[in-house]
Design a protein around this ligand. Structure first.
Ligand code: MRU
Length: 361
Protein backbone atom coordinates (compact mmCIF):
# COMPACT_ATOMS: atom_id res chain seq x y z
CA UNK A 1 0.00 0.00 0.00
CA UNK A 2 1.04 3.61 -0.33
CA UNK A 3 2.75 5.95 2.06
CA UNK A 4 2.68 9.30 0.30
CA UNK A 5 3.31 8.58 -3.39
CA UNK A 6 5.37 5.48 -2.81
CA UNK A 7 4.11 1.91 -2.77
CA UNK A 8 5.54 -0.26 -0.03
CA UNK A 9 5.32 -3.82 1.06
CA UNK A 10 6.21 -4.46 4.68
CA UNK A 11 9.11 -6.76 3.72
CA UNK A 12 11.05 -7.00 0.49
CA UNK A 13 14.47 -7.90 -0.94
CA UNK A 14 16.82 -5.04 -1.83
CA UNK A 15 18.31 -4.57 -5.29
CA UNK A 16 21.38 -6.61 -4.36
CA UNK A 17 19.02 -9.62 -4.30
CA UNK A 18 20.17 -10.69 -0.85
CA UNK A 19 19.54 -7.99 1.78
CA UNK A 20 16.06 -8.23 3.28
CA UNK A 21 14.44 -4.89 4.10
CA UNK A 22 11.63 -4.03 6.48
CA UNK A 23 9.89 -0.96 7.84
CA UNK A 24 10.78 -0.52 11.51
CA UNK A 25 7.34 -0.74 13.07
CA UNK A 26 8.61 0.36 16.48
CA UNK A 27 9.25 3.78 14.91
CA UNK A 28 6.02 4.08 12.94
CA UNK A 29 3.93 6.19 12.85
CA UNK A 30 6.47 8.81 13.95
CA UNK A 31 9.33 7.92 11.63
CA UNK A 32 9.55 5.95 8.42
CA UNK A 33 12.77 3.99 8.75
CA UNK A 34 13.87 1.13 6.54
CA UNK A 35 16.03 -1.49 8.23
CA UNK A 36 18.37 -3.98 6.58
CA UNK A 37 18.30 -7.60 7.76
CA UNK A 38 21.56 -9.33 6.87
CA UNK A 39 21.60 -12.44 9.03
CA UNK A 40 19.19 -14.98 10.45
CA UNK A 41 19.79 -13.40 13.85
CA UNK A 42 18.71 -10.01 12.47
CA UNK A 43 15.51 -11.65 11.26
CA UNK A 44 14.94 -13.38 14.61
CA UNK A 45 15.54 -10.14 16.52
CA UNK A 46 13.19 -8.22 14.21
CA UNK A 47 10.40 -10.67 15.05
CA UNK A 48 11.11 -10.99 18.78
CA UNK A 49 11.46 -7.25 19.36
CA UNK A 50 8.49 -6.46 17.11
CA UNK A 51 10.30 -4.37 14.50
CA UNK A 52 7.96 -6.46 12.38
CA UNK A 53 4.73 -7.84 13.76
CA UNK A 54 1.39 -9.30 12.70
CA UNK A 55 0.99 -13.02 12.13
CA UNK A 56 1.38 -13.20 8.33
CA UNK A 57 4.33 -10.80 8.28
CA UNK A 58 6.09 -12.75 11.03
CA UNK A 59 5.77 -15.85 8.82
CA UNK A 60 7.17 -14.09 5.76
CA UNK A 61 10.11 -12.59 7.68
CA UNK A 62 10.89 -16.00 9.20
CA UNK A 63 11.04 -17.47 5.68
CA UNK A 64 13.42 -14.71 4.61
CA UNK A 65 15.38 -15.41 7.81
CA UNK A 66 16.02 -18.94 6.55
CA UNK A 67 17.20 -17.48 3.23
CA UNK A 68 19.58 -15.17 5.12
CA UNK A 69 20.95 -18.16 7.01
CA UNK A 70 21.67 -19.90 3.70
CA UNK A 71 23.95 -16.98 2.68
CA UNK A 72 26.44 -18.11 5.29
CA UNK A 73 26.15 -21.88 5.12
CA UNK A 74 23.79 -24.09 3.14
CA UNK A 75 24.37 -27.27 5.15
CA UNK A 76 21.58 -29.35 6.70
CA UNK A 77 22.96 -28.47 10.13
CA UNK A 78 22.66 -24.74 9.48
CA UNK A 79 19.18 -25.15 8.05
CA UNK A 80 18.14 -26.82 11.31
CA UNK A 81 19.92 -24.12 13.34
CA UNK A 82 17.99 -21.42 11.44
CA UNK A 83 14.71 -23.23 12.15
CA UNK A 84 15.60 -23.53 15.83
CA UNK A 85 16.58 -19.88 16.15
CA UNK A 86 13.47 -18.54 14.42
CA UNK A 87 10.79 -20.85 15.84
CA UNK A 88 11.26 -19.58 19.42
CA UNK A 89 10.96 -15.88 18.63
CA UNK A 90 7.22 -15.54 19.30
CA UNK A 91 4.95 -18.31 20.57
CA UNK A 92 1.37 -17.49 19.60
CA UNK A 93 1.05 -16.63 15.90
CA UNK A 94 1.06 -19.94 14.03
CA UNK A 95 2.20 -18.42 10.73
CA UNK A 96 5.76 -18.51 12.04
CA UNK A 97 5.68 -22.29 12.30
CA UNK A 98 3.64 -22.63 9.12
CA UNK A 99 6.27 -20.72 7.11
CA UNK A 100 9.23 -22.56 8.65
CA UNK A 101 7.55 -25.94 8.17
CA UNK A 102 7.04 -25.06 4.53
CA UNK A 103 10.45 -23.67 3.64
CA UNK A 104 12.82 -25.86 5.67
CA UNK A 105 11.69 -29.33 4.53
CA UNK A 106 11.46 -28.04 0.94
CA UNK A 107 15.06 -26.82 1.11
CA UNK A 108 16.20 -30.10 2.61
CA UNK A 109 15.22 -31.71 -0.70
CA UNK A 110 17.40 -29.26 -2.64
CA UNK A 111 21.10 -29.85 -3.33
CA UNK A 112 23.09 -27.59 -0.92
CA UNK A 113 24.74 -25.94 -3.92
CA UNK A 114 21.32 -24.69 -5.05
CA UNK A 115 19.86 -23.91 -1.64
CA UNK A 116 20.63 -20.22 -1.44
CA UNK A 117 18.81 -19.37 -4.66
CA UNK A 118 15.99 -21.76 -3.81
CA UNK A 119 15.58 -20.25 -0.34
CA UNK A 120 15.07 -16.72 -1.68
CA UNK A 121 12.66 -18.04 -4.30
CA UNK A 122 10.61 -19.93 -1.71
CA UNK A 123 10.53 -16.99 0.71
CA UNK A 124 9.43 -14.77 -2.18
CA UNK A 125 6.68 -17.26 -3.00
CA UNK A 126 5.40 -17.14 0.58
CA UNK A 127 5.40 -13.34 0.50
CA UNK A 128 3.65 -13.15 -2.88
CA UNK A 129 1.06 -15.71 -1.84
CA UNK A 130 0.31 -13.66 1.26
CA UNK A 131 -0.45 -10.66 -0.93
CA UNK A 132 -2.81 -12.72 -3.12
CA UNK A 133 -4.56 -14.26 -0.11
CA UNK A 134 -5.16 -10.87 1.47
CA UNK A 135 -6.39 -9.40 -1.79
CA UNK A 136 -8.94 -12.21 -1.97
CA UNK A 137 -9.94 -11.77 1.69
CA UNK A 138 -10.59 -8.16 0.75
CA UNK A 139 -12.89 -9.18 -2.10
CA UNK A 140 -14.79 -11.65 0.08
CA UNK A 141 -15.13 -9.24 3.01
CA UNK A 142 -16.23 -6.48 0.64
CA UNK A 143 -19.38 -8.49 -0.12
CA UNK A 144 -20.33 -8.31 3.59
CA UNK A 145 -19.80 -4.55 3.66
CA UNK A 146 -21.84 -4.15 0.47
CA UNK A 147 -24.71 -6.10 2.04
CA UNK A 148 -24.67 -3.80 5.06
CA UNK A 149 -24.51 -0.76 2.77
CA UNK A 150 -27.55 -2.03 0.86
CA UNK A 151 -29.61 -1.98 4.07
CA UNK A 152 -28.64 1.60 4.88
CA UNK A 153 -29.98 4.87 3.51
CA UNK A 154 -28.03 5.99 0.42
CA UNK A 155 -24.87 7.76 1.49
CA UNK A 156 -25.20 6.69 5.12
CA UNK A 157 -21.89 5.80 6.79
CA UNK A 158 -20.99 2.24 7.78
CA UNK A 159 -19.15 2.17 11.09
CA UNK A 160 -16.66 -0.65 11.45
CA UNK A 161 -14.72 -1.43 14.61
CA UNK A 162 -11.32 -3.08 14.46
CA UNK A 163 -8.84 -4.13 17.13
CA UNK A 164 -5.03 -4.11 16.92
CA UNK A 165 -3.45 -3.74 13.49
CA UNK A 166 -4.50 -6.28 10.91
CA UNK A 167 -3.64 -4.02 8.02
CA UNK A 168 -0.93 -4.15 5.38
CA UNK A 169 1.76 -3.55 8.00
CA UNK A 170 0.76 -6.81 9.71
CA UNK A 171 0.95 -8.76 6.47
CA UNK A 172 3.07 -8.37 3.34
CA UNK A 173 0.45 -6.16 1.70
CA UNK A 174 -3.28 -5.30 1.87
CA UNK A 175 -3.82 -6.65 5.38
CA UNK A 176 -6.51 -9.06 6.50
CA UNK A 177 -9.17 -7.19 8.50
CA UNK A 178 -8.41 -3.89 6.76
CA UNK A 179 -8.37 -5.32 3.25
CA UNK A 180 -12.21 -5.34 2.86
CA UNK A 181 -12.28 -1.83 4.32
CA UNK A 182 -9.76 -0.53 1.77
CA UNK A 183 -11.75 -2.15 -1.03
CA UNK A 184 -15.05 -0.71 0.24
CA UNK A 185 -13.49 2.75 0.46
CA UNK A 186 -11.95 2.38 -3.00
CA UNK A 187 -15.33 1.68 -4.54
CA UNK A 188 -16.93 4.68 -2.88
CA UNK A 189 -18.78 3.06 0.02
CA UNK A 190 -18.88 5.49 2.94
CA UNK A 191 -16.98 3.78 5.72
CA UNK A 192 -15.70 5.02 9.04
CA UNK A 193 -13.46 2.92 11.28
CA UNK A 194 -13.38 2.87 15.06
CA UNK A 195 -9.75 2.05 15.80
CA UNK A 196 -9.04 0.45 19.18
CA UNK A 197 -5.91 1.96 20.67
CA UNK A 198 -4.71 -1.58 21.62
CA UNK A 199 -2.68 -1.01 24.74
CA UNK A 200 0.00 -1.74 25.64
CA UNK A 201 1.78 -1.80 22.24
CA UNK A 202 -0.61 0.70 20.66
CA UNK A 203 -1.04 -1.09 17.35
CA UNK A 204 -4.08 1.19 16.91
CA UNK A 205 -1.55 3.92 16.09
CA UNK A 206 -0.36 1.81 13.16
CA UNK A 207 -3.94 1.21 12.04
CA UNK A 208 -4.65 4.95 12.22
CA UNK A 209 -1.46 5.62 10.26
CA UNK A 210 -2.45 3.15 7.53
CA UNK A 211 -6.05 4.31 7.26
CA UNK A 212 -4.96 7.96 7.29
CA UNK A 213 -2.39 7.35 4.53
CA UNK A 214 -5.18 5.82 2.42
CA UNK A 215 -7.73 8.55 3.24
CA UNK A 216 -10.14 6.27 5.13
CA UNK A 217 -12.07 8.20 7.83
CA UNK A 218 -11.37 6.80 11.27
CA UNK A 219 -11.40 7.60 14.97
CA UNK A 220 -8.90 6.29 17.50
CA UNK A 221 -10.67 5.15 20.67
CA UNK A 222 -9.65 3.78 24.06
CA UNK A 223 -9.79 0.00 24.22
CA UNK A 224 -12.72 0.15 26.63
CA UNK A 225 -14.92 2.33 24.39
CA UNK A 226 -16.19 -0.38 22.04
CA UNK A 227 -18.95 -1.70 24.34
CA UNK A 228 -20.33 1.80 24.85
CA UNK A 229 -20.34 2.50 21.12
CA UNK A 230 -22.08 -0.79 20.36
CA UNK A 231 -24.78 -0.09 22.98
CA UNK A 232 -25.50 3.19 21.25
CA UNK A 233 -25.81 1.75 17.75
CA UNK A 234 -22.54 3.29 16.62
CA UNK A 235 -20.99 0.06 15.31
CA UNK A 236 -22.44 -1.77 12.29
CA UNK A 237 -19.75 -4.40 12.06
CA UNK A 238 -16.55 -5.59 13.76
CA UNK A 239 -13.71 -7.07 11.73
CA UNK A 240 -10.53 -8.26 13.41
CA UNK A 241 -7.53 -10.37 12.41
CA UNK A 242 -6.25 -13.57 13.94
CA UNK A 243 -2.92 -15.01 15.01
CA UNK A 244 -4.13 -18.59 15.23
CA UNK A 245 -7.51 -20.12 14.50
CA UNK A 246 -8.24 -23.64 15.64
CA UNK A 247 -9.83 -26.51 13.71
CA UNK A 248 -13.15 -25.79 15.44
CA UNK A 249 -13.00 -22.05 14.71
CA UNK A 250 -11.76 -20.56 18.00
CA UNK A 251 -9.84 -17.38 17.27
CA UNK A 252 -6.70 -16.25 19.06
CA UNK A 253 -5.98 -12.58 18.45
CA UNK A 254 -4.59 -9.52 20.22
CA UNK A 255 -5.53 -9.18 23.88
CA UNK A 256 -8.93 -7.53 24.20
CA UNK A 257 -10.45 -9.15 21.13
CA UNK A 258 -12.52 -11.50 23.30
CA UNK A 259 -14.12 -8.61 25.20
CA UNK A 260 -15.08 -6.97 21.90
CA UNK A 261 -16.65 -10.21 20.72
CA UNK A 262 -18.68 -10.49 23.96
CA UNK A 263 -19.89 -6.92 23.59
CA UNK A 264 -20.74 -7.53 19.94
CA UNK A 265 -22.79 -10.63 20.78
CA UNK A 266 -24.63 -8.80 23.57
CA UNK A 267 -25.51 -5.96 21.22
CA UNK A 268 -26.33 -7.91 18.06
CA UNK A 269 -23.33 -6.54 16.15
CA UNK A 270 -21.82 -8.94 13.56
CA UNK A 271 -18.31 -9.96 14.56
CA UNK A 272 -16.17 -11.21 11.66
CA UNK A 273 -12.61 -12.50 11.68
CA UNK A 274 -10.41 -12.14 8.59
CA UNK A 275 -8.56 -15.44 8.35
CA UNK A 276 -5.81 -16.30 5.86
CA UNK A 277 -5.49 -20.10 5.63
CA UNK A 278 -1.86 -20.21 6.91
CA UNK A 279 -3.28 -18.93 10.22
CA UNK A 280 -5.36 -22.08 10.74
CA UNK A 281 -3.80 -24.52 13.18
CA UNK A 282 -5.44 -27.82 12.30
CA UNK A 283 -3.66 -29.52 15.22
CA UNK A 284 -5.47 -27.45 17.83
CA UNK A 285 -9.14 -27.83 18.76
CA UNK A 286 -9.81 -25.92 21.99
CA UNK A 287 -8.07 -22.56 21.67
CA UNK A 288 -8.56 -21.53 25.29
CA UNK A 289 -6.88 -24.64 26.64
CA UNK A 290 -4.30 -25.31 23.97
CA UNK A 291 -2.90 -22.09 22.48
CA UNK A 292 0.19 -20.70 24.24
CA UNK A 293 -0.40 -17.05 25.10
CA UNK A 294 2.66 -14.83 24.83
CA UNK A 295 3.49 -12.81 27.91
CA UNK A 296 5.74 -9.85 27.25
CA UNK A 297 7.91 -7.58 29.37
CA UNK A 298 5.92 -5.83 32.10
CA UNK A 299 7.55 -2.54 31.13
CA UNK A 300 5.27 -2.39 28.10
CA UNK A 301 2.37 -2.34 30.60
CA UNK A 302 3.74 -0.01 33.26
CA UNK A 303 5.06 2.55 30.79
CA UNK A 304 3.90 4.33 27.68
CA UNK A 305 6.28 4.89 24.84
CA UNK A 306 6.37 7.87 22.54
CA UNK A 307 8.20 10.90 21.22
CA UNK A 308 9.18 13.42 23.90
CA UNK A 309 9.00 17.19 23.43
CA UNK A 310 12.63 17.25 22.28
CA UNK A 311 11.98 14.64 19.61
CA UNK A 312 13.64 11.78 21.46
CA UNK A 313 11.86 8.44 21.88
CA UNK A 314 11.00 7.95 25.54
CA UNK A 315 9.39 5.52 27.95
CA UNK A 316 7.19 7.30 30.51
CA UNK A 317 6.18 5.48 33.69
CA UNK A 318 2.44 5.42 34.43
CA UNK A 319 2.54 3.02 37.39
CA UNK A 320 4.33 3.11 40.74
CA UNK A 321 7.92 1.95 40.40
CA UNK A 322 8.17 -1.78 40.92
CA UNK A 323 4.49 -2.56 40.22
CA UNK A 324 3.95 -6.18 39.20
CA UNK A 325 2.56 -6.23 35.68
CA UNK A 326 0.71 -8.88 33.70
CA UNK A 327 1.30 -8.31 30.02
CA UNK A 328 -0.77 -10.95 28.21
CA UNK A 329 -0.43 -10.32 24.50
CA UNK A 330 -3.31 -12.41 23.13
CA UNK A 331 -6.63 -13.93 24.09
CA UNK A 332 -8.96 -16.52 22.60
CA UNK A 333 -12.46 -15.83 21.35
CA UNK A 334 -14.46 -19.06 21.28
CA UNK A 335 -16.06 -19.86 17.92
CA UNK A 336 -19.60 -19.27 19.21
CA UNK A 337 -18.91 -15.52 19.39
CA UNK A 338 -17.68 -15.29 15.80
CA UNK A 339 -20.30 -14.48 13.15
CA UNK A 340 -18.10 -15.71 10.33
CA UNK A 341 -14.56 -16.25 9.09
CA UNK A 342 -13.55 -14.25 6.01
CA UNK A 343 -11.01 -16.40 4.19
CA UNK A 344 -9.40 -16.28 0.77
CA UNK A 345 -11.78 -19.06 -0.33
CA UNK A 346 -14.95 -17.39 0.88
CA UNK A 347 -16.79 -16.63 4.11
CA UNK A 348 -17.62 -19.55 6.37
CA UNK A 349 -19.11 -20.32 9.75
CA UNK A 350 -16.57 -20.51 12.58
CA UNK A 351 -17.04 -24.24 13.03
CA UNK A 352 -15.24 -27.47 12.07
CA UNK A 353 -17.79 -27.98 9.29
CA UNK A 354 -17.43 -24.42 8.01
CA UNK A 355 -13.65 -24.64 7.84
CA UNK A 356 -13.62 -28.13 6.38
CA UNK A 357 -16.10 -27.18 3.65
CA UNK A 358 -13.64 -24.54 2.40
CA UNK A 359 -10.32 -26.21 3.15
CA UNK A 360 -10.91 -29.95 2.96
CA UNK A 361 -8.54 -30.09 0.00
O1 MRU B 1 1.53 -8.60 18.71
P1 MRU B 1 1.26 -8.32 17.27
O2 MRU B 1 1.23 -6.87 16.94
O3 MRU B 1 2.13 -9.13 16.34
O4 MRU B 1 -0.22 -8.87 17.09
C1 MRU B 1 -0.88 -8.70 15.87
C2 MRU B 1 -2.30 -9.06 15.92
O5 MRU B 1 -2.81 -9.53 16.91
C3 MRU B 1 -3.06 -8.96 14.65
O6 MRU B 1 -4.37 -8.56 14.88
C4 MRU B 1 -3.01 -10.35 14.02
O7 MRU B 1 -1.69 -10.74 13.77
C5 MRU B 1 -3.74 -10.45 12.79
S1 MRU B 1 -2.83 -9.57 11.61
C6 MRU B 1 -3.21 -9.89 10.10
Amino acid sequence: MKIGDKHYRSVWVAEDGRTVQILDQTKLPYELEILDLNTVTDAATSIRDMWVRGAPLIGAVAAYGVALAMKKDTSDANLQAAYDELIVTRPTAINLKWALDRICPALKEVDPAERLTAAYALAGEIADEDVQINNQIGENGLKIIREIAAKKQPGETINILTHCNAGWLATVDWGTALSPIYKAYNEGIKVHVWVDETRPRNQGGLTSFELGSHGVPHTLIADNAGGHLMQHGEVDLCIVGTDRTTARGDVCNKIGTYLKALAAKANGVPFYVALPSPTIDWTVWDGVKEIPIEQRDGKEQSHVFGIGPDGTRTWVNTAPEGTTCGNYAFDVTPAEYVTGLITERGVCEASPEGLKALFEK
